[in-house]
Design a protein around this ligand. Structure first.
Ligand SMILES: Nc1ncnc2c1ncn2[C@@H]1O[C@H](COP(=O)(O)OP(=O)(O)O)[C@@H](O)[C@H]1O
Ligand SMILES: [Mg+2]
Length: 165
């Protein structure tokens, strides 16, 4: 999909400013594709397994193959060794941690707008969330228990999970 030299240089350039959670970091590499990076192959495989199950149920972004980084890299004190490609889908702005991260790359005025966008997502998503989580569980056996607003995307007008931890 992308050669590993390109992957390595994109990762080295972007690791500082990318959204990250407990396990992974998300780095766009083209208009359509992003990379998800992990510290070890075990957590990458576990996430890919849930992702693939949801994709087979028609409820996930597309996914590409797994790769090992030619040179493992550090970001915010954490090491990353491997990852896989994921389709970039529509999301709301990520204001996790009260928007502190968002303000590293945006202004205060944008933050106000982003807050309103997040609220709009919440009010559309929350009435549907129980049924969606149940539907995913019935179709895949995976219980999406970290189903907060920043872990959902939208594809073809339908909410889908984007965080398969
Ligand atoms: N497929 C995707 N399309 C668009 N944005 C994404 C996608 N996957 C993740 N993101 C963005 O990256 C953030 C962190 O990714 P996520 O998979 O939730 O990992 P973490 O385990 O770090 O929470 C998400 O909240 C979202 O803003
Ligand atoms: Mg997340």
């Amino acid at each position: 999909m992308f050669d590993l030299g390109t992957v390595q240089s994109v990762v080295e350039r972007s690791i500082g400013g990318s959204p990250r959670g407990v396990r992974s970091v998300f780095i766009p590499i083209s208009e359509k594709w992003a990379i998800k990076l992990f510290g070890n192959t075990g957590s990458c495989n576990a996430v890919m397994k849930n992702h693939r199950a949801c994709l087979n149920a028609g409820m996930a972004p597309e996914m590409g193959e797994m790769f090992m980084l030619p040179e493992p890299i550090n970001g915010d004190g954490r090491g990353y060794t491997c990852g896989y490609f994921v389709e970039i889908v529509e999301t709301c702005p990520n204001l996790d941690g009260n928007g502190a991260d968002y303000l590293r790359t945006h202004g205060e005025e944008e933050l106000e707008k982003a807050r309103a966008e997040v609220e709009a997502w919440r009010s559309e998503l929350y009435p549907l969330i129980r049924d969606l989580v149940d539907e995913i569980c019935e179709k895949t056996g995976w219980y999406f228990d970290d189903a907060h607003v920043y872990n959902w995307g939208k594809k073809n007008g339908k909410f889908i999970p984007i965080d398969f931890d």
